[in-house]
Design a protein around this ligand. Structure first.
Ligand code: ADP
Ligand code: ZN
Ligand code: MG
Length: 519
């Protein structure tokens, strides 16, 4: 037998991927879904957060967690879904040791939210992902497999997570690429965090993403056999796993294989998916209405109250930033993607309404964002909780007035964040005052040039050394020099005034090493 020839065109040209994403996320509630056990079990002793209800003991009766229901209602509103006037709970029956009752209380044909959508931006444009449903269910216990002291295989069970509220959000099979799938998951996480219903941390299992992937020849309608991929612990692995799966299925289909409806796991280290189980042994869940709970009526007034409490959603905020404040789509995207940056941006704008939005943007994305990343002790509001927004506005005002160099401003920020007092006090104590005087800077520039003949030679030979020389002048002036002016003076001396005019026309050139503008 000869192997079938591999067609020349790539998989993505010959086949179209059909992808649907299922996301499970833990809702941010104080107590579990159907009992009053606390959900703050992270790091707690195993089985210390349990009661007859979440242990599934006979005769225990569930009660509904209102906050969890409101979390799904809020999500439904945020994705433009509809909520039926009455929903219901159903039993999903299956046997597994992590499910003590032998069934999971879930929602089957009447989910709390249905027919929603989420718009995303990708490298090839924007795209709307259709969302089938969002429903509420309870989490399972945690199984821990290991060996005992005698080397025997044992499985331990921790019921702390058992009965924690879980929201499942299922998309239509409307996603077509691995990148779209990753972007959808990212945008969904941002949305859930913005409306405050979930911390949605993938690494901590608060948000679990599963992907259903099938292929069909381009230009054809019917869906192919789908494979479900699990165990992806980061956005990057979501994209990698789907890309791998698309390629794997294309090769298999080209080889004439009949695909089976498997559940596969993603091995992040090897970069492959592997069979976990085949759908042949998938269960018939025998859903039926939960007899221990009444149907749940959702009054329109309740939905309106939840809607009224929603904050501005990411998409609306991005449009406001670009349309009303004149931010670039890129800058708006960067700020909105990081709630801490949003808090800082808004707080500084309130404290300094006269400051240009662009200056606040550059600061928030640049120096502030870096300080935030480096800070180990951030407050729930980012650094602004510690750094008085009025002080940050004061800092930006001084930079804007050319009183303070950007380099010194960075130092003042660090000092202020570590409890060094007001910006005014720090500036005074350090004696910072930006040097913008051509004469004073000229002598500093001349001294640096005299001390660095090698850098001058490099520059003459066309090697980039201007940034280095600017850095030396900044060092010599304790960061107080106006870096733009230093660049200009250096160029005047090295290349003559004509070159300066040219460099000024190129804002990204080395004449402005202190800029962080991204547009
Ligand atoms: P299950 O509950 O068995 O996982 P669902 O019908 O709820 O099945 O579908 C789960 C996900 O699979 C949904 O996101 C759906 O859009 C997606 N899906 C359904 N059919 C296909 C297919 N042929 N290819 C890819 N995804 C699919
Ligand atoms: Zn309990
Ligand atoms: Mg599924």
């Amino acid at each position: 037998m000869t192997a079938p020839a591999i067609p020349a065109a790539s998989a993505s040209e010959r086949y179209e991927a059909v992808i649907g994403i299922e996301v499970h996320c833990q809702l941010r509630t104080a107590s579990k879904m159907f009992c009053s056990c606390s959900t703050a079990y992270d790091g707690a002793a195993p089985n210390s957060h349990t009661c007859p209800v979440c242990l599934g003991l006979p005769g225990a009766l569930p009660t509904i967690n209102r906050v969890a229901v409101e979390g799904v209602l809020a999500t439904g509103i945020a994705i433009g879904a509809t909520t039926p006037v009455a929903t219901r709970w159903d039993r999903k029956n299956y046997f597994y040791p992590d499910l003590p009752k032998g069934y999971q209380i879930s929602q089957y044909d009447l989910p709390l939210a249905a027919h929603g959508r989420l718009a995303i931006d990708t490298s090839s444009g924007s795209f709307v992902v259709g969302i089938q449903r969002a429903h509420l269910e309870e989490d399972t216990a945690k199984l821990i497999h290991g060996t005992d002291s005698a080397g025997r295989k044992i499985s331990l069970i921790d019921f702390n997570r058992s009965g924690a509220p879980l929201m499942e959000i299922v998309t239509e099979p409307s996603i077509r690429t691995a990148e779209q799938a990753r972007r959808y998951a990212e945008e969904l996480q941002l949305l859930l965090r913005t409306i405050g219903v979930s911390d949605a941390d993938m690494e901590r299992g608060q948000m679990r993403v599963e992907a259903n992937v099938s292929l069909r020849p381009r230009g054809t309608e019917p869906f192919g056999t789908r494979v479900e991929v699990k165990n992806m612990n980061s956005f990057r692995s979501v994209e990698r796993a789907i890309a791998f799966e698309i390629e794997r299925q294309a090769v298999a289909l080209d080889a004439g294989e009949i695909l089976t409806q498997d559940t596969r796991g993603w091995d992040d280290t090897r970069g492959v998916t592997y069979v976990m189980r085949s759908k042949e042994d998938s269960h018939d869940y025998r859903y039926f209405p939960e007899p221990d709970l009444p149907p749940l009526r959702v009054a329109p007034a309740w939905i309106e109250a939840v809607r009224a409490a929603l904050p501005e959603l990411p998409a609306a905020r991005r449009s406001r930033y670009t349309d009303e404040l004149g931010l670039s789509a890129y800058d708006a995207g960067v700020i909105v993607a990081e709630p801490d940056l949003v808090v800082a941006f808004e707080a500084i704008r309130t404290a300094g309404p006269e400051l240009p939005a662009k200056a606040i943007t550059n600061f928030v994305i640049g120096d502030y964002g870096r300080a935030l990343k480096e800070s180990s002790e951030r407050t729930p509001e980012g650094l602004v909780g510690r750094a008085n927004a009025a002080e940050l506005a004061d800092l930006l005002r001084r930079v804007g007035n050319a009183e303070l160099s950007r380099t010194n401003a960075r130092e003042v920020l660090a000092e202020h964040l570590s409890g060094g007092g007001t910006v005014g006090k720090i500036v005074e104590a350090k004696g910072f005052r930006q040097i913008s005087d051509r004469g004073a800077l000229g002598s500093a520039v001349d001294a640096v040039l005299a001390a660095n003949p090698a850098a001058i030679a490099d520059h003459r030979a066309g090697k980039p050394s201007l940034g280095f020389l600017v850095g030396q002048v900044m060092k010599a002036t304790r960061g107080q020099a106006n870096a733009e002016l230093v660049g200009t003076l250096l160029q005047e001396r090295l290349d003559g005034p004509a070159a300066v005019a040219e460099a000024v026309a190129d804002p990204d050139g080395v004449a402005h090493p202190d800029r962080t503008d991204r547009q």
